[in-house]
Design a protein around this ligand. Structure first.
Ligand SMILES: C[S@@+](CC[C@H](N)C(=O)[O-])C[C@H]1O[C@@H](n2cnc3c(N)ncnc32)[C@H](O)[C@@H]1O
Length: 312
């Protein structure tokens, strides 16, 4: 079977504890609903990181300690909404920078490039479409030092061992002295976190159930959306937010494209996402375990989110 979406869905729904990967949330409709999530007042993550990059670009640049031209290589650049503030500071101050946004989505890269060409015509931009772990290999042969950006708190979607493995892979593709600015959501009042993820507008529920609609469409399945609910839970000790789809009935779903049927018990769960929060001590430990040295944590004014600067 060459369709990895089909393969992954079947594997996850056939497991004893059912799961679906959160990376499949983002079809066109899912990306639109995610923008609604980012616009909710309770979803503090985007605002906090935007504030850091708007207010502390100068301090971030100074902490890099690069003496000449350098690269900014962004992993999963998306719409570059937050990165714009850093780039704007650098261009306005005539700092010689080459911006290399990488994204798997051609559409995202096309929109980002068009937007930056209009708003920052003097920026040298070298967009790349593809998997960032593949493209990152080119970084080792660049003549310039690099600042890698891995923003948005995406590292929190990985279990700790996997996160370390990914960060070590990033590290192996960096030159000595290169820096990584990584967005990490910080442990805070559990009520703030619970409200951001278990929103009472029902938008995150719609975001999760959209994955079942995607399976209906792409794998000719017959999930009845009203028979499912959403639940999520933050554990302030581990820092884990775990999200689930709940089956409200004992029921069977046909995946016709795969000629398979899946049974659900009453109240059975499908685990859909981990969003791990770190304390500042845990961020330092994560850096060291991934062979980095932590230089500075740039925090927003509420200390909700960190853009943590690490050096190889
Ligand atoms: C949740 S968005 C975050 C975008 C941006 N960094 C931010 O903080 O707003 C993740 C982005 O990473 C891209 N992406 C995910 N996995 C990727 C991979 N393996 N290689 C390249 N891009 C990837 C997605 O297409 C998406 O644009």
């Amino acid at each position: 079977m060459e369709n990895t979406f089909a393969q992954d869905v079947l594997k996850g729904l056939s497991a004893k504890d059912k799961y679906l990967s959160s990376m499949y949330f983002y079809d066109d409709n899912g990306s639109r609903i995610f923008r609604e999530i980012m616009n909710m007042p309770e979803y503090y993550l985007t605002d906090a990181e935007f504030e850091i990059l708007s207010m502390q670009s100068k301090q971030i640049y100074e902490a890099l300690n690069f003496s000449g031209p350098f690269n900014i290589v962004e992993l999963g650049a998306g719409d570059g909404f937050k990165t714009f503030k850093l780039l704007e500071y650098l261009v306005t101050n005539n700092i010689d920078v080459h911006y290399i946004p990488i994204d798997i989505s051609q559409e995202a890269i096309d929109m980002l490039t068009k937007n930056l060409n209009q708003r920052l015509p003097n920026l040298k931009i070298h967009p790349r479409v593809g998997d960032y772990f593949e493209i990152l290999k080119d970084n080792r042969v660049s003549e310039y030092p690099s600042l890698l950006l891995f923003l948005g708190g995406n590292i929190g979607n990985y279990l700790e061992d996997k996160a370390k493995e990914l960060l070590r892979l990033v590290n192996r593709n960096m030159k000595l002295g290169d820096k990584l600015l990584i967005g990490i959501d910080i442990k805070k009042n559990p009520i703030v976190i619970q409200n951001a993820y278990f929103d009472n507008h029902g938008i995150t529920k719609r975001f999760n159930l959209n994955l079942l609609l995607r399976i209906n469409r792409e794998l000719d399945a017959d999930f009845k959306i009203d028979d499912y609910d959403f639940y999520c839970h933050y554990n302030p000790i581990t820092g884990n937010v775990n999200s689930y789809i709940v089956s409200l009935r004992k029921q069977t779903v046909e995946l016709k494209a795969l000629n398979k049927s899946i049974t659900f018990d009453y109240n059975e769960l499908i685990w859909t996402e981990l969003s791990k929060k770190y304390s500042l001590e845990e961020i330092e430990k994560l850096a060291v375990a991934s062979s980095f040295k932590l230089t500075t944590n740039f925090l927003d004014c509420k200390h909700y989110f960190a853009d943590s600067l690490w050096e190889k």
